[in-house]
Ligand binder design. Structure first.
Ligand SMILES: Cc1cc2nc3c(=O)[nH]c(=O)nc-3n(C[C@H](O)[C@H](O)[C@H](O)COP(=O)(O)OP(=O)(O)OC[C@H]3O[C@@H](n4cnc5c(N)ncnc54)[C@H](O)[C@@H]3O)c2cc1C
Length: 393
């Protein structure tokens, strides 16, 4: 007879890990199937920011920014070994599209949404200190704003959440690839390949947290449920020697005005990110030549040392995939809210998760658990995820 789990989760990215933690903390039996490695998908290829997303204010995503800032505060408390506050700088030049008054307004709103605590302070860097800003171009520079946001190591954060879930009893099968599933009246039959053999198990609820693969996996679950129209958008980062010492620089691409981060990362400098539509196998995503040129142009514009051809070649690069609602216009302006869908409104057997942010993993996982709770047996809770400390190892 097949083993029956309360919840089977496909994917050990930040969302699969978070829902595993939430379900295990609520006392449920949990199995996570991961086809490759923990955080093998977008959860190790992000910009590594635990942030409210200052730029989402421009597209009016106030709810998302408020929730993200709340989660940032919580992560700084619960995961101090993995999430740290960082100083961010926004230089404003004569040619910069976002003018000082707009930035001041945005930063004020950001501070208000953060709850006006000590992390919400912002200001401008005095002109006599500009020379200390990591070789930032000062020609035509008019003002430099500073504020705070947080940085993490996305891969290690995901691994920490998996360990937290495991400490509460969740099990991880790795590598284990989910091949498909059949939804019954009260249970789901899940098929997967593990340890060289095809296997089956039963679940009260199946959670599809397969990231960029989630749409394809949904197509292998019978009977088929409606999947929202989605688009995969690739984002690339380049890595250079010589990390910025003062913090993260938040600059505008000279080409299209998009916001780009230049930040310290594992003792190096990381610059990203791009937004290019992606078609194909998510496992094959890699930076394209046009993205490398785009990011090199940003570095050359703002940090003159990169105008030296010998320094303009990155030492490494990586790309990841965003899952965004399909739509017209530039992906940059598309909603970053997470989409949670179920096969039916009452007592769902399947929950799919599309898109979202690293920052909001815990809040989104709590929402996901609340949606599937009516299908799960009542169990004594073991812990609350807003109190579980996450350790680096
Ligand atoms: C370029 C870029 C920059 C970003 N920067 C930020 C940022 O700075 N801050 C922020 O908050 N958010 C950021 N994000 C968003 C964030 O990274 C993602 O929303 C998040 O990592 C998605 O996690 P996930 O668990 O849904 O998917 P993933 O991390 O992709 O995990 C999905 C997992 O499912 C597994 N899987 C797939 N199919 C199967 C199968 N059939 N069987 C078993 N396993 C399977 C995959 O191997 C993978 O490990 C960024 C995203 C991108 C692309």
């Amino acid at each position: 007879m097949n083993r029956r789990w309360d919840v089977v989760i496909v994917g050990a990215g930040i969302h699969g890990a978070g829902i595993a933690q939430a379900a295990a903390a609520a006392g449920h039996s949990v199995l996570v199937l991961e086809q490759s490695a923990i955080a093998a998908g977008s959860s190790s290829r992000s910009s590594k920011l635990i942030h409210g997303g200052l730029r989402y204010l421009e597209s009016g995503q106030l709810r998302l920014v408020r929730e993200s800032l709340h989660e940032r505060k919580l992560m700084l408390q619960l995961a101090p070994e993995l999430v740290h506050l960082q100083k961010f700088y926004i230089p404003v030049y004569r040619h910069t599209r976002r003018r000082p008054w707009q930035l001041r307004t945005g930063l004020t709103l950001y501070a208000l949404l953060a709850g006006l605590d000590s992390t919400a302070h912002f200001g401008t860097v005095s002109r006599r200190l500009w020379a200390q800003l990591d070789g930032l171009e000062t020609q035509e520079l008019q003002q430099v704003f500073w504020y705070h946001d947080a940085q993490t190591d996305d891969e290690r954060l995901t691994a920490a959440v998996v360990r937290s879930a495991q400490s509460l009893g969740a099990e991880l099968a790795l590598p284990a690839q989910c091949l498909g599933a059949t939804l019954g009246e009260d249970a789901v039959r899940v098929r997967y390949r593990h340890a060289g053999a095809e296997q089956e198990c039963d679940a009260g609820v199946l959670v599809n947290a397969a990231g960029a693969w989630a749409g394809a996996l949904a197509g292998r679950i019978e009977p088929k449920s409606a999947v929202p129209a989605l688009e995969l958008v690739q984002g690339s980062h380049l890595v250079y020697e010589g990390p910025p010492q003062q913090g993260v620089y938040y600059v505008e691409s000279p080409r299209d005005g998009r916001a780009i981060f230049v930040m310290p990362w594992r003792g190096k400098l990381l610059v990203g990110t791009t937004e290019v539509r992606f078609h194909g196998d998510p496992a094959s995503v890699a930076p394209a030549a046009q993205e490398i040129h785009y990011l090199q142009a940003v570095l050359r514009q703002y940090f003159p040392r990169f105008r030296d051809p010998q320094l303009s070649q990155p030492v490494a690069s990586f790309a990841g995939l965003r899952v965004l609602p399909a739509g017209e216009g530039h992906a940059f302006h598309r909603s970053r809210e997470t989409l949670l869908t179920t096969d039916r409104p009452a007592r769902p057997r399947l929950l799919c998760i599309f898109g979202g942010k690293l920052t909001t993993w815990r809040a989104v996982s709590a929402r996901a658990l609340a949606m599937i709770a009516p299908s799960l047996p009542l169990r004594p809770a073991l812990a609350r995820t807003d109190q579980l400390v996450l350790r680096a190892s």
